[in-house]
Design a protein around this ligand. Structure first.
Ligand code: NAD
Length: 367
């Protein structure tokens, strides 16, 4: 049975979802709302949608499924609008917001008692890019797609969402709404606060210590990459997950106090344990994997810092499918730089190691 899907917000997330729906359900009609004209035009040109509007209310009554992929505050407002529109009976409404409790509570509050189903959604992938131009059918591949059922979720809702979004190739998981916000508060929202604070601290420090600007390298870069995220989105996230983030900030302050004590008391044993335990926990957690799947296989090659070295390695690996390539800059003062190559399969990783070792005398290692 063909369906009409209405996506509000044809940005990075909404556009990528639209492409995924089109991939597995080319017979479905996909309608799009977007405030700005550019993404409306791009979405039409790229075939993500069949028709577009800049008037949110106008397409909603035609839809079997409505996906709100706009900023969180706007999602809350659109839920209120939907409550007053003549929607199809049994319409399925969902969202894409990075926090869930405020959205699910709003939906339960304004949509209750109507023939409307609602489930919260959070696709756990993204990038700093935005707009329909940045949409990518593979954006969510292997990533977790979290579903947070509400009082307005029926048994068939989850099956229907999974079928609709099968083209995204995600890993669906169901989570309690509050638990979602607690966990993302720890692993995503609070780290953004921390990374930005670190960046601001370094910005102040360079005023009096000019070399700060130049010596910030690998470790500092890894710690602060997310400080370049979109300010509007992160403001909304903190505003809709206040309690969990404030609690994490408090907890962190006491951890800093503990390290302060260890240093002041010259407690080397405690400091050793501090670093040791942090390293152990990092090894145990799934952070080396994308969406919890071991889908990336890295190979590191110690190469001389000379012209054409990378080309030489690439030539050896001709025909092997690579996912990523990067040079570890931390080692640039040394004679060797580390070329890091990422493969999709373990077989490619092992075979490539053998090929490079056979043809060169470079050190090749699997991390
Ligand atoms: P985006 O900027 O690429 O797209 C947002 C869309 O919303 C744009 O098309 C914009 O025109 C529209 N919009 C913005 N403000 C609006 C307003 N006031 N009224 C009407 N339309 C408005 O952003 P995105 O990354 O696609 O984010 C969309 C949603 O997805 C957000 O709720 C965000 O929390 C969530 N999300 C983002 C990421 C990520 O990494 N970018 C990851 C997971 C979830």
């Amino acid at each position: 049975m063909t369906k009409t899907i209405y996506i509000a917000g044809l940005g990075l997330i909404g556009g990528s979802i639209a492409l995924g729906i089109k991939r597995d359900h080319p017979d479905y009609t996909v309608l799009g709302y977007n405030r700005g004209a550019d993404s409306r035009r791009v979405a039409l040109e790229r075939g993500m949608v069949d028709a577009v509007t800049d008037d949110f209310a106008s397409f909603a009554p035609r839809a079997d499924v409505i996906i709100l992929a706009v900023p969180i505050q706007q999602t809350l407002e659109f839920l209120e609008q939907l409550a007053g529109l003549p929607l199809k009976p049994n319409v399925l409404v969902t969202d894409a917001g990075s926090t869930k409790l405020a959205i699910v509570q709003k939906a339960e509050q304004v949509l209750a008692g109507k023939a409307i189903r609602f489930i919260g959604s959070h696709p756990m992938a993204g990038s700093h890019k935005s707009g329909a131009q940045a949409a990518d059918v593979n954006l969510f591949e292997n990533a977790y797609y979290i579903l947070t059922p509400s009082a307005l979720t029926t048994e068939d809702t989850i099956l229907e969402i999974k079928d609709l979004l099968s083209g995204l190739h995600v890993r669906f998981i169901e989570m309690d709404t509050e638990e979602h916000d607690q966990v993302t508060g720890q692993v995503s929202h609070f780290p953004h606060v921390l990374a930005t604070s670190l960046m601001l601290q370094a910005g102040d420090h360079r005023e009096t210590h000019a070399m700060t600007q130049h010596l910030a390298a690998g470790g500092f870069r890894d710690m602060t990459r997310i400080a370049e995220s979109e300010p509007g989105m992160w403001t909304s996230i903190l505003m809709t997950n206040k309690e969990a983030v404030l609690e994490r900030i408090d907890d962190f302050k006491s951890r800093l106090d503990q390290v302060t004590d260890m240093i002041q008391q010259d407690d080397q044993e405690a400091l050793w344990q501090f670093f040791h335990q942090g390293g152990q926990i990092r090894k145990e957690m799934e952070i080396h994997k994308r969406g919890g799947v071991d889908s990336f296989y890295d190979l590191s090659v110690n190469i001389p810092d000379e012209e054409d070295e990378i080309l030489k390695i690439m030539e050896l690996l001709r025909g092997t499918s690579l996912m990523n390539l990067r040079i570890n800059e931390e080692n640039r003062e040394d004679i060797h730089g580390i070329l890091q190559i990422t493969f999709k399969t373990q077989a490619d990783q092992i075979r490539s190691k053998e090929i490079i070792e056979a043809a060169t005398d470079y050190q090749v290692f699997i991390d």
